[in-house]
Design a binder for this molecule. Sequence first.
Ligand code: NAP
Length: 489
Amino acid sequence: MTVTAEREAEVVAGVPAQLLVGGEWRSAERGRTLPVEDPSTGETLAEVADATVADGTAALDAAVAAQPRWAATAPRERGEILRRAYEAITARTEELALLMTLEMGKPVAESRAEITYGAEFFRWFAEEAVRVAGEWSIAPNGANRMLTMKQPVGPCLLITPWNFPLAMGTRKIGPAVAAGCTMVVKPASQTPLSMLALAEILTAAGLPDGVLNLVTTSRTGDVMEPLIRDPRLRKLSFTGSTQVGRKLIEQSAEQVLRVSMELGGNAPFLVFGDADLDAAVDGAMVAKMRNIGEACTAANRFLVHASVAEEFTGRLAERMGKLSVGRGTEEGVQVGPLIDATSRDKVAGLVQDAVDRGAEVLVGGEPVGDRGYFYAPTVLAGVPVDARIEDEEVFGPVAPVTTFGDDAEAIALANDTEYGLVTYVYTRDLSRAMRVCEELETGMVGLNQGMVSNPAAPFGGVKASGFGREGGRAGIQEYLETKYIALTI
Ligand code: NAP
């Protein structure tokens, strides 16, 4: 059912629009605010606090003050706070999904899926909180004993992007809480509302004052840099573009800050000649169109064996052409708007460049409507490998298809990128599948499936896609230090 304007306004009005510092919701210095826009209309949805440098420092002060007590809190207690928050998010799925759709644009059904995915990180890390353990061993020469213990890293700065407004937060906050770290959270300024709602849920679930501090700001670089350079900060976890990630790694070098980087992607989607084409087209729809194509894991380059290229591309174009584009709150809509005019114009520019170099538009290929930032689901055939779209993250609903002749060429094309986050592989030949998986320069592989994200799995990339893993058993290690004690008994 299409949501009423009254219900939309009610959900937005229910979100705290201030900064959370030391357990207190407060306005930014001088009462400054920044607008949050609905990308399907371009209209302002809400105003939230616009933090200054002093507000940012106050948030870190609060995290530092809360750290010793929080580190000493029983793991079970930390886990149970996460568990209660998981249950509260789940109970409020409808309202949170609507809020997410309003600020980010994706259809409500997809927002619901993100709420479920995001909440699962809290459930997973609630369970991991009580499984942190060290080791005891005898030195190889038998002369002494070796003890290792795990301890929280300390105050963290967690910076998240706009494309998954909730899950990119829970994937960091969950393990930080479980490990006993305090934090300053900085959501993207285009989508702060979901994170503000999450902070309120965590507070209600019993998270002590100062453990999670939340800062929204439009002067992002100015407010974040002093925190990154502050020696009291012990860890930075960043999800966003490689361009910003590089800059933050440089800033972190000064104090040798521990960092985790979840950066951009340029995922190849390989379809071999022996692939199950029904499964490959289904997988392609998920890998390409989840989140309107605005995902770091989105299939960016379709590399298809020449023997099946025409059939695969034709079937993909047919499916893409049937998708219904519109405001994410409307019944039956499958594709929402892009986040802003810059993103829509970037997508249009990449399509134009490919066409100028000889690609053929099978479906789509243009913006939709004159309000909001919509772009039609697009399939491009015969895309030359020197087209910009083969190199750059398109971050939109565009599927460029290129053909290959043999396995070696497929692997060479797939690896011919600075990125290495995820690769999708469709083949029914087990030996080929395993050989290709080994040779791909990638952090993750979707083997005969179009989605890899799972809170119980280690998510992350290689090369310019970053380092560190989120989720799985590895996820909590990003927030723990290992201390080794050599002892004689
Ligand atoms: P972005 O421009 O890099 O922004 C990400 C976050 O960094 C936002 O909170 C942003 O704040 C903040 N930021 C920007 N400049 C900063 C600075 N100088 N200092 C500190 N923080 C700064 O990326 P985006 O456009 O929001 O997100 C899309 C990118 O994220 C894509 O490249 C996508 O692939 C990547 N991503 C990666 C993963 C992964 O797990 N690998 C997951 C999702 C997305 P403001 O909003 O205030 O500018």
